[in-house]
Design a protein around this ligand. Structure first.
Ligand code: ADP
Length: 748
């Protein structure tokens, strides 16, 4: 502040300005006065000088008169003119004396000289006058005459000198005065100009130092009036305007503080998730609305909504009767409807209170959009309805029990115990438990109620209305809150059939287990049997080679060998079958050439077939050249089917056709014969082990009844299937379908 040039009060500043101007004026006046003094000195000199000049002029006149009189004195008459001349000299001396008194030393000396000259002239004239009376001294008279004229001339000369000197002095004085006046005028003009400039500058500075902050104040006031409180005057001077400005700034600050809190309030209102609206109680017009309210109602600006009558948008259902304004309630909390700008109706939950806002009674309404809740309630109602229907229509019995008494049952439950739903409500649950399970069920039920961790699910037998136990149920029960108290809710499922099926399943499992045990036993036994049988056959063949045996013994030995071979075949078949059944049969999958495999198999039965007048045919698909299978087992499959076809051919012979076809990923092999065929009722026994269809035929044809069973299992082991078609008396077709590329599981 110290750096400011005009850090004074405005009054002082103006005073200072005036003082400076007055001082300047006084200075100028003083200067003028001094200059005037000088001028006065000069002008004072003018009067004596001019009177001196006029006296000098008089001297000149007197001198001329003196000269004339002296002339007359010399030429005409002395005595007459002497007086005149003396008078002239008296006059001259009188003038000179008065001049002497008023002149400076220098002039005075001159006047004295002149006076002396005139004295001399007087003396000389008077002397001459005396002389003339004598007429004797003409020479002296002449000399005196010359002298007198000389004196007069001298006086004239002196007079001229003085006159010119005085005139010169007067002129100089006048010139001086002119010069002084001119200089003074110039200086006064300059000073006036300086004062003018200074005054102008000062008044500009002073006025701007006053008007500028006043202008600022005016701008700030306007801003404040327009509601902008972020303004500051920026005036820092110490004067009255400065104080006014700082008072202004303070006032703005205070205003700002209070306004900020208003703003905070607005922000708070806007940040609230529910709509808030203020309504004037006197005219029911909306005054204010927060953002949430505007958003809910579909308005963009507060101005759009302000002024609307509240019950046109907020509670249109009411016929203009406001619970607070008209019915004089203190608070109103209720569900109402809100009408949006575009006419949608939104359910709201609102709470209204009356507040006093700046002396005005205002309704403060806070409301929440409850359409989602309403929808949820509707959805819940629907879902409850759905659940109720579901529970009603469910096959399981549903119940709720509290303190052992049935509170709710569904149709299914009622059906299971033989009552109607209405009859059951209020009855004890234990009435429907068979006596033999009562203890177990109640024990679990109580333990569960006591909070013990017992299984939710258990089974018990149900006591029907007539006191007979018919069904067994599985109960699943849990605890729920029912009308504010603990209750058990559960389902009972009729598992009577399931239980029976379960029992059968277990039986089947046991059977399968036994069958596998049997297969394992057979496999082991067959293995044990094969070794001694092979040695029996071996030794029998050896004995047969001995030619010393008689016919009978040889016949017996042949019987031994045939029976042994049959037994070995049977054992091999049993071994294969049990191997398959016990899961011990392992396939060796390799790429096989289909035509050569079939040829190789046909060779084995060719001789037998031709003996029985059977014609062998094959129809092989040329595109089925290779496939993946266990070579040995595949041969066994084809051999079994072919040998059956030969075996069960008609006595007169027939045809056996082998076809091989490619069908997608599968290879289809069929063996058709024109043999005796199979009865329809026997078809399903076909693949059962040890099953021969006709004992008569079997005896005639031989065999163990294992071939097809093994064949089927071997085919299945390859991931394929075996089917049979037959017409009794006409022939049979057995079809093997195998994957061309072996399944992964069948590979080793
Ligand atoms: P077997 O070793 O007795 O031949 P299979 O399991 O091979 O045992 O056959 C079972 C029965 O199926 C045979 O006893 C026979 O009655 C009947 N069978 C099998 N193949 C044919 C066929 N090609 N024609 C007529 N019947 C057949």
């Amino acid at each position: 502040m110290s750096g400011k040039p005009f850090n004074l009060s405005i009054g002082k500043r103006i005073l200072l300005g005036f003082s400076i101007i007055i001082l300047l004026y006084i200075g100028a006046t003083l200067y003028g006065y001094i200059q005037m003094q000088d001028l006065r000195v000069h002008s004072q000199q003018v009067i004596p000088l001019s009177s001196q000049i006029s006296e000098l002029q008089e001297i000149g006149i007197s001198l001329e008169s003196l000269e004339k009189n002296v002339d007359k004195f010399f030429t005409v008459a002395y005595s007459e003119n002497l007086e005149k001349a003396n008078k002239d000299i008296d006059d001259l001396q009188g003038i000179i004396r008065s001049l002497e008194n008023n002149s400076d030393n220098n002039s005075r000396a001159r006047f004295k000289e002149m006076e002396g000259i005139f004295c001399e002239i007087r003396e000389d004239i008077n002397y001459l006058a005396n002389l003339q009376q004598n007429r004797m001294n003409a020479k002296e008279i002449n000399e005196k005459r010359i002298l007198v004229y000389g004196l007069i001339n001298n006086a004239k000369k002196k007079h001229r000198e003085l006159l010119s000197e005085t005139t010169h002095q007067l002129n100089a004085n006048v010139l001086d005065q002119e010069r002084i006046i001119l200089a003074f005028n110039t200086q006064l003009l300059g000073l006036g100009f300086v004062i003018l400039i200074l005054g102008t500058v000062m008044s500009i500075i002073i006025s701007s130092s006053i008007s500028h902050p006043i202008k600022k104040l005016r701008t700030v006031t306007r801003e404040i009036a327009h509601g902008n409180l972020n303004v500051k005057t920026g005036i820092q001077s110490n004067d009255e305007i400065g104080q006014l400005a700082s008072a202004f700034d303070k006032m703005t600050e205070e205003l700002q503080k209070t306004t900020i809190s208003k703003r905070t309030l607005q922000t708070m209102l806007d940040s609230m998730p529910y709509g808030i609206i203020m309504i004037g109680m006197d005219d029911k017009k909306i005054l204010k609305a927060n953002l949430a309210a505007l958003g809910m109602m579909g308005y963009g600006y507060e101005e759009e909504i302000a002024g609307l009558i509240c019950n046109k948008v907020l509670c249109p259902a009411e016929d203009g009767k406001c619970p607070i304004i008209d019915l004089k309630q203190k608070v109103d909390k209720s569900e109402k409807i809100l009408i949006t700008k575009d006419g949608r109706r939104i359910p709201i939950l609102k709470s209204v209170v009356c507040v006093n806002l700046a002396g005005r009674e205002v309704l403060l309404e806070a409301f929440l959009d409850i359409s989602e809740r309403k929808q949820a309630e509707e959805a819940l109602r629907q879902s409850e309805e759905k659940h109720r229907m579901l529970i009603e229509n469910i096959q399981d019995g549903v119940f709720i029990i509290q303190d052992g008494v049935l509170q709710f049952v569904n149709e299914a439950f009622a059906r299971m115990v033989g009552y109607t739903v209405e009859e059951l409500t209020g009855r004890e649950f234990r009435e429907f438990i068979a006596p033999e399970d009562m203890e177990m069920v109640l024990d679990r039920y109580h333990r569960r109620l006591a909070g013990e961790n017992v299984a939710r699910e258990y089974e018990f037998r149900v006591l029907y209305r007539d006191g007979i136990t018919r069904i067994i149920v599985n109960m699943n029960v849990g605890l729920i809150d029912y009308r504010g108290m603990v209750a058990s809710m559960g389902t009972i499922k009729d598992i009577t059939e399931l239980k029976r099926a379960d029992e059968i399943r277990i039986e089947n499992q046991n059977l399968a287990y036994a069958s596998r045990a049997k297969s394992e036993f057979l496999a082991n036994m067959s293995h044990e049997l094969r070794t001694p049988l092979n040695s029996i056959l071996g030794f029998s063949e050896l004995i047969k080679m001995n030619s010393s045996l008689d016919e009978k013994s040889l016949h017996h030995l042949d019987n031994v060998i045939t029976s042994g071979k049959f037994l070995l075949n049977l054992i091999n078949d049993i071994l294969d079958l049990s191997k398959v059944e016990s899961g011990k049969m392992e396939l060796v999958i390799e790429k096989i050439n289909v035509p050569s495999l079939i040829d190789g198999t046909l060779i084995l039965i060719k001789e037998k077939a031709s003996k029985q007048k059977i014609q062998l045919k094959n129809e092989l698909d040329p595109s089925l050249l290779f496939m993946e299978a266990d070579n040995q087992r595949f041969k066994q499959i084809m051999f079994n089917l072919l040998s059956n076809a030969v075996k069960f051919s008609k006595p007169e012979g027939g045809t056996i056709t082998i076809t091989a076809k490619k069908e997608g990923d599968m290879a289809k092999f069929s063996v058709s014969d024109t043999g005796i065929g199979i009865r329809e009722e026997d078809m399903k026994k076909l693949f059962t082990e040890f099953e021969q269809l006709d004992s008569g035929i079997t005896k005639k044809y031989g065999g163990s009844g294992l071939g097809l069973a093994i064949t089927k299992r071997l085919v299945e082991l390859h991931g394929g299937s075996l089917t049979a078609e037959s017409k009794y008396g006409e022939g049979s077709t057995f079809t093997v379908t195998l994957p061309i590329i072996a399944n992964k599981e069948t590979r080793i």
